[in-house]
Design a protein around this ligand. Sequence first.
Ligand code: CP
Length: 303
Amino acid sequence: MNHIIKSQQFSKEFILDFLRDVQTVKNNPKKFNEALKGKVVATLFYEPSTRTRLSFESAAQRLGASIISTENAREFSSASKGESLQDSIRTVNGYADFIILRHYENDASDIATTASNVPIINAGSGSGQHPTQALLDIFTIYEQFNRLSNLHITFVGDLQRGRTVNSLVYLLSLFEGNSFTFVSPENCKIKKGIKDHLEEQKCTYTEKEDIQVIKDTDIVYMTRVQKERFDDPKEYEKAKGKFVLTSALAKEMKKESIIMHPLPRVDEIEVEVDTNPRALYFKQAANGLYVRMALLKMLNENR
Ligand code: CP
């Protein structure tokens, strides 16, 4: 495995092995503080980020690597002068051993691989995929349930534009007995390609427009309505605030259930929910560090 582009590249066996590696890193991160000694990691972010960029940069530093970075690459890199993504990637190949790329185009990471001899890691591409988020999501689920099968997962929010949902559904569909409920406003429905995939995998799914269904779920995965990806602001106004996880509703969920969110949150989870023991979203974000350490370490060992 050279590049990390999309969830479909991972097998069930890979996931289970990888989760063991993540646990090893999490148990004793200091043990790996020279794993990337002398290496340089480039973070090229053409869209805003808090968690993904900082956790990748922290992961690289904790493994002994150095960082070069362009935070607002759309404006502050030579993309603003008209340089193509391929030319930027070819150039950074001369400076870095790994390139972590966030981009507003769905196929940017695929395109980047055509110009790169060093690993490209997709750190979120348009409304397409966010595979390293899915890896940290699935690690968090495994930590909590000690299994990845026979789970009922309810995704809520902007399921059409949210890339984290796409990537996580692909991973969870590898494991037997999982069932999916999709709760979204009419103009934020899950993509047909994802439903086609679930049908091919013989996974059960339903679509609803009522957040009360989360009372019967093992995992509720809340997502933000992605204002920046709407072409028409009126459509955003129709969708925003439609499904909110209130503190009262969270208390009615199954005792062993969990609440996840890739973050950032806007208003779709009441702040009072944060103290509910089911709320795992900040722990989920913290797991991103160990997942990304394990991923960089694995890619380095494969080179
Ligand atoms: N979950 C996630 O990708 O967060 P950031 O946009 O802050 O990186």
